[in-house]
Design a protein around this ligand. Structure first.
Ligand code: SAH
Length: 350
């Protein structure tokens, strides 16, 4: 079965020819999928019934359905739990900012990177998402809210660089002018830091922002938080990030989840400053969002502020990420985990 929503326009044209149709039909179908957002082949009313039947026979129609939605009473942030065709569940988040609406998408069902503070990775990875499944998170949210989405961050469940080909394809589709037509500059891809993949990504000709999940200013501390740090040292990861900047001219973002007593003291702020000194970089401080399964704690407000001040004093560009939707299972993967646990309990009760 062809995953038709994951095809580029020229591939769709070739596919039409393969099934014995005229090439120009491809533009109509692409428009139904990516512009008019048809919910099924039956809605594609300018195609003959016979063609619609042929498409149903040959193609998988990826279309996410809303399993659950929670809206924050504080800031209107919406957390979606979507059901995939194969029964898996994924999370996405819709956020309203002054500069436009943003969606945080998942790139995998679960994750295999094992970051200690992250809820998405606790049960490992189930599978990677197809390009269409990443894309449809945005489409489904536009459909549900009736609002336009201008920005996307690949910061939901999953490691984008561990699903490299599908993520690159998603990026090319979401920036396609006949579809969502999103500006690459409004897209942020976040990675825990796979150096080879970062270098390859620099050569894709996609001027998106790359964010590295740094979280520590030295290998020893980083290893306590992120198992991937055992495989790649900071020197190697940061060299790949420098390469990304040189090649694309896009300023790097460095994410630093601040955990009380682990990476939040003045010495660490100084070390971090030295590490990033002279780089064209932006640091995002994120107070860690505690999850039930681990005992990591949020930093005290004073230490977070002091940490930021030290970075500023050292000439580092830094912001503290505003917390959104703190009343709706904020941290990554928590809503999915809660629903899965409920499901298991339900099954046992029967
Ligand atoms: N795998 C990618 C993208 C997904 S996570 C990556 O590692 O970057 C997006 C960001 O949220 C990462 O910086 C991640 O480290 C951070 N994060 C995950 N769980 C968190 C939590 N409980 N509190 C604070 N930040 C968290």
């Amino acid at each position: 079965m062809t995953d038709i929503k994951s095809l580029y326009p020229e591939e769709l044209a070739a596919f039409m020819e393969e099934i014995g149709e005229k090439k120009f039909r491809a533009a109509q179908v692409f428009s139904w999928l990516h512009e008019k957002r048809a919910g099924s082949f039956d809605e594609m009313t300018n195609l003959s019934l016979a063609l619609r039947e042929k498409l149903k026979m040959n193609c998988e129609f990826v279309h996410l359905t809303v399993e659950r939605m929670q809206e924050s009473a504080i800031d209107g942030t919406r957390k979606y739990l979507f059901l995939l065709n194969d029964g898996n569940l994924i999370e996405s988040v819709f956020m309203r900012y002054h500069h436009g609406n943003s969606v945080c998408v998942s790139t995998q069902v679960g994750c295999r990177m094992g970051c200690r503070f992250c809820a998405s990775t606790i049960d490992g990875v189930v599978r990677s998402l197809k390009p269409s499944e990443i894309l449809d998170q945005i489409y489904a949210i536009e459909n549900d809210t009736g609002e336009h989405v201008s920005n996307v961050v690949l910061m939901g469940a999953g490691e984008p660089m561990d699903n490299y080909d599908n993520v690159v394809r998603f990026l090319r589709l979401v920036t396609n002018e006949k579809g969502q037509n999103m500006s690459a500059r409004n897209i942020t891809v976040s990675t825990c830091g796979l150096p080879d993949k970062i270098r390859a990504f620099a050569g894709e000709g996609l001027p998106v922002t790359l964010a590295l999940s740094l979280h520590a200013p030295d290998d020893e501390t980083r290893k306590k938080l992120m198992p991937i740090a055992n495989r790649y040292g900071l020197t190697e990861v940061l060299a790949a990030c420098d390469y990304y900047f040189e090649k694309t001219g896009r300023r790097m973002s460095y994410e630093y989840s601040v955990v009380r007593g682990v990476n939040d003291n003045a010495e660490e702020a100084e070390k971090l400053s030295r590490l990033l000194k002279g780089k064209n970089a932006h640091v995002n401080l994120i107070p860690v969002n505690p999850i039930a399964e681990r005992d990591f704690e949020k930093p005290r407000f004073e230490s977070l502020e002091a940490f930021q001040k030290l970075l500023v004093k050292n000439g580092i560009n830094v912001t503290i990420r505003r917390e959104m939707g703190s009343d709706i299972d904020g941290a990554c993967g928590q809503l999915r985990r809660r629903v899965l646990t409920d499901r298991e309990k339900g099954e046992k009760d029967i």
